[in-house]
Design a protein around this ligand. Structure first.
Ligand SMILES: [Zn+2]
Ligand SMILES: [Zn+2]
Length: 367
């Protein structure tokens, strides 16, 4: 029984507060949101998400956020806007200069709002409006979503911010790269690096993401290497690859039974950052769908053929036995008889030794 002592929670108060970067990938496939309209309209979901973002920004004044839309045909930035370097024409006066009247022209109607909240809300809603306005009929009927592109954008943004942060704060990321859980060891005066995580709010079904299998898996492996957890908030359907993403990166996966409670789920399950998560029992998933998609047709397969050289997966033996990826000629013998993985059913011999289970010692926090 541990003594009740909360001092470890406050050991970093003296040092510089370590910021946390939250990159949100919002699936805005219009088709999928239309199906969800009765339970959770898109406008309400977006409002909930903005409240969640505000909560994240309020946790620490150095916290950062990035929002990326995964639309049906492309991925786009919602915040920070990378295409708003030049002011829109209606803000310019007759000479083409920006009107300087002491306050930001758009956020003038909510002066009472904390400024970082206002900026995020303004840009996100404005960019969503632009994105939806530019959506044509082909986009609406498409059931796919550009998850791979959005994940890549999130990763590149995180990478850039991490490097910038390390440069300005002179912090080497040695300790974070060595830590197994992605959380850097806290040791007094050492200021911590930027901690990043990705949250995917997903509504599209998994069957259409099979053609993006390879780029999605590459993003997952990149996150795994960089210790970036991918959290998944699944509002409808179930996505094979997103389960694998959160499982491989030790993120939180939740498939919401009641999408109307989105805000509550976001606040309870997804708000804690990596440091807080060490002290929490997180919702985890045991029945992860580990199926892969074949490289030849992008079909999700239960049993496939794997090239022994490049590990490409095929749903059927490739023509002439030549691997479609690396071109190696493969010896495919009696494959029609029985797949090798099901050849023998051997009973596992249970060897239970008394007292063999060694309890893992709980790490004692170093002051
Ligand atoms: Zn195939
Ligand atoms: Zn191969």
């Amino acid at each position: 029984m541990n003594a009740v002592d909360a001092s470890e929670h406050y050991e970093n108060v003296a040092s510089e507060p370590a910021p946390s970067l939250l990159a949100i990938v919002l699936d805005i496939n219009p088709h999928a949101w239309a199906l969800l309209e009765e339970q959770l309209p898109f406008s309400k979901a977006l409002a909930n998400l903005l409240v969640f973002i505000n909560a994240h920004l309020a946790c620490n004044y150095t916290n950062e956020v990035a929002v990326i839309a995964s639309h049906s045909q492309r991925a786009a930035w919602l915040y920070p806007s990378h295409n708003q370097q030049k002011p829109s024409p209606n803000l310019l006066d007759a000479d083409g200069d920006v009107e300087m009247n002491g306050h930001a022209p758009r956020s003038s109607n909510n002066n009472n709002m904390y400024r970082p909240f206002g900026i995020v809300e303004e840009q996100v809603t404005e960019n969503v409006r632009e994105l939806l306005a530019s959506t044509d009929a082909a986009d609406v009927s498409a059931t796919s979503t550009m998850m791979a592109g959005a994940l890549t954008l999130a990763l590149s943004h995180i990478n850039r911010r991490t490097m910038t942060w390390a440069e300005t704060h002179g912090n080497s990321n040695i300790d974070t790269s060595n830590a197994p859980t992605g959380s850097s060891t806290t040791s007094g005066s050492v200021s911590l690096g930027l901690q990043s995580r990705i949250l995917i709010v997903s509504v599209s079904s998994s069957t259409d993401s099979a053609h993006q299998y390879i780029p999605i898996m590459n993003s997952i492996f990149a996150c795994q290497r960089l210790h970036i957890p991918i959290d998944v908030c699944k509002l409808s359907g179930d996505a094979v690859f997103l389960q694998q993403a959160s499982d491989a990166t030790r993120g939180v996966y939740m498939s919401l039974k009641e999408p109307r409670g989105l805000l509550q789920y976001l606040m309870m399950a997804f708000l804690p950052d990596q440091r807080s998560r060490k002290h929490l029992i997180l919702p985890s998933r045991v029945d992860v769908d580990f199926r892969a998609a074949c490289f030849c047709h992008r079909r999700v397969v239960n049993i496939g053929w794997v090239c022994s050289i490049c590990l490409s997966i095929f749903c059927e033996p490739p023509e002439n036995g030549d691997c479609l990826t690396c071109g190696t000629h493969l010896e495919i013998g009696e494959y029609e008889l029985r797949p090798a993985v099901l050849a023998k059913k051997r009973k596992k011999r249970k060897t239970r030794l008394n007292g063999s289970a060694t309890p893992t010692p709980t790490p004692t926090p170093t002051a």
